[in-house]
Design a protein around this ligand. Structure first.
Ligand SMILES: Nc1ncnc2c1ncn2[C@@H]1O[C@H](COP(=O)(O)OP(=O)(O)O)[C@@H](O)[C@H]1O
Ligand SMILES: [Mg+2]
Length: 329
């Protein structure tokens, strides 16, 4: 606990953004309330993304009512692996990642065998709103299971790592790689016990990590170093994230992406209230960066200029790198 306070104090000097500032100066200011459903419902996000030509995990089907639970078999069809999730869930709660079939049962990523009845029960829980924001009735989404790219094999434990980039008015401001651990059950959510690893925005090289609020440099399950890893296709991820501004219209978002071994970069979800732990993972506050973007935007506005996705990414990469470039070194 003491160490944590010390760390947040040290971060404050680095322009850390607290929850009140995030809500007042960013979420409320830049995110139009009426646009929230686009990001708060994963089915709507998916349909929007498909419309915009942005790649997402394929949707196998939707279950909306208890009566429709019977449709599960036909939705799954011949697929041996798939994911069931609450459309309005958050923080990894209520997500079931099925990796294989086992006779007439199913196997989760961690090897747990579950019956068809258990799956139906889980879907019924999703529908009643057990996992949704505000406890409202929800829909269950059944989708393609992502298989992470080989690059993550040594630094991740089961499950699918995801890449989170915070985007302000279309400008990436900070990035983080989230790695599932034995504890997080194949999910990359920090509060499930995943590791957050900072990412140098300029290059896509990983920095040190944070796990359960402690600083780490090795994965607790694999023992391998999490820093110094070059994420593949980094410019592609930056452009994908920056383009989500046009996709949803929200000015302050966390864009969650994955790298599938066959399908490449995919958008998993968008978040209108992205968490602040990304600052610990990067050992850097958000405020200076968001201010830099806001100052840049004010300048552009005075000149009547709006920048393209490529220009925005270039701006962020020029300013928000951690690793000194050759010119600086
Ligand atoms: N289609 C999928 N295939 C494999 N793993 C997934 C899939 N969807 C989600 N996950 C895992 O679950 C985590 C949480 O999923 P996400 O869709 O971001 O929901 P939440 O809003 O609960 O965070 C992801 O970070 C990933 O590790
Ligand atoms: Mg998520």
């Amino acid at each position: 606990m003491f160490g944590l306070i010390k760390r947040w104090k040290a971060l404050e000097a680095k322009g850390i953004m607290g929850i009140n500032r995030r809500n007042a100066d960013y979420v409320l200011k830049y995110n139009d309330r009426h646009l929230y459903p686009i990001v708060d419902d994963k089915i709507i996000t998916k349909l929007r993304a498909i419309e915009a030509g942005i790649h997402v995990p394929e949707m196998y089907g939707i279950i909306e009512t208890e009566k429709e639970i019977d449709k599960l078999q036909s939705i799954i069809g011949e697929h041996t692996d798939f994911v069931i999730k609450p459309a309005q869930g958050a923080g990894g709660d209520g997500i079931l990642v099925i990796a294989d079939r086992f006779e007439d049962r199913y196997k989760t990523v961690s090897g747990r065998i579950i019956s068809h009845d258990e799956i139906e029960h889980q879907i019924s829980n999703i529908l009643t709103g057990l996992y949704s924001l505000g406890g409202h009735r929800d829909r269950a989404l059944i989708e393609y299971r992502v298989t992470p790219d080989q690059i993550f094999r040594s630094i991740s434990y089961e499950g699918v790592p995801d890449i989170r980039i915070i985007v302000l008015k279309g400008y990436p401001v900070m990035g983080m790689l989230r790695l599932p651990t034995r504890q997080s059950n194949g999910k990359a959510n920090l509060h499930q016990g995943a590791i957050g690893v900072g990412v140098d925005l300029a290059t896509g090289v990983t920095l040190k990590g944070t796990w359960l609020n402690a600083k780490i440099s090795k994965h607790p399950d694999t023992g391998n170093a999490v820093d110094g890893v070059q994420l593949p296709n980094w410019d592609g991820f930056m452009k994908l994230a920056a383009g989500c501004y046009e996709l949803c219209g929200l000015g302050y978002i966390g864009v969650d992406m994955v790298l599938d071994q066959d399908k490449g970069p995919l958008i998993l979800e968008l978040n209108a209230r992205p968490g602040l732990n990304i600052q610990i993972a990067n050992d850097c506050g958000l405020t200076k960066r968001t201010h830099a973007v806001e100052a840049h935007l004010a300048e552009l506005e005075a000149k009547g200029i709006t920048e393209s996705v490529e220009e925005r990414v270039k701006f962020s990469q020029g300013l928000f790198g951690h690793v000194p470039t050759k010119a600086e070194a």
